[in-house]
Design a protein around this ligand. Structure first.
Ligand SMILES: [Zn+2]
Length: 211
């Protein structure tokens, strides 16, 4: 690997694992990983030395570091800054685009998250909700856990009356392989507090969503 590329990867690892003792070991692991990608190319029947594939192990590594950027911090930190407010109605942020990685197949899944909460005494900035979604999406994930983690984080950090999250996503592991259903959308929901207890609150969410 050319030295500037190696330097780029090492810098990424230091950004992510700052202060941890085993960074040198992680650098060694990236070498092993790239060798494994090269082997994978051969297992699939192609030549890793072919021009178009020569730098593919590096590109795959770089992509994976991007897909999993959420691991560098606890997404709840985005919800630390809160404001006191007298607002007892529903607050919704819809159509939050996200890209995540299916942990079963290492294939992308992507779509939109719709998040609503009814505050207790605190609200957060609207963009912080989107950052929280991003922080949990950029990991090895399943859509069900992603949905619940967003509810859990808002519940814990804002102590609201209730939270509801709906995620609609397309999974590449269902499109290009396996059952090959390219139009299939997966919808997951998670609720807490008043959204879990009262169906009229869930209906209010869905009507605001236009469903
Ligand atoms: Zn999958």
């Amino acid at each position: 690997m050319p030295s500037e590329k190696k330097q780029f990867i090492i810098q990424k690892l230091y950004d992510r694992f700052e202060g941890q003792e085993d960074i040198d070991y992680k650098v060694q692991q990236t070498e092993n990983f790239m060798a494994a990608v090269s082997d994978l190319i051969q297992v699939c029947g192609d030549n890793p030395e072919r021009e178009g594939l020569q730098e593919t192990p590096y590109r795959v590594l770089k992509s994976f570091l991007e897909y999993t950027e959420g691991y560098k911090e606890d997404p709840r930190i985005h919800l630390q800054k809160v404001f006191d407010v007298q607002h007892k109605g529903l607050i919704m942020v819809k159509n939050i685009e996200f890209h995540s990685m299916c942990e079963h197949h290492f294939a992308p899944f992507f779509g939109e998250a719709h998040v609503a909460y009814i505050p207790g005494e605190k609200i957060t900035g609207l963009s912080k909700i989107a950052r929280t979604v991003e922080g949990y999406a950029k990991r090895f994930q399943v859509q069900e856990r992603l949905t619940n983690q967003i509810v859990g984080a808002i519940d814990e950090m804002l102590n609201p009356e209730g939270v509801m999250v709906v995620i609609e996503a397309k999974h590449m592991c269902m499109c290009g392989r396996g059952v090959r259903k390219s139009d299939a959308m997966t919808t997951t929901t998670a609720t807490s507090g008043v959204f879990a207890d009262h169906s009229d609150k869930r209906m209010e969410f869905l009507s605001l969503l236009g469903k």
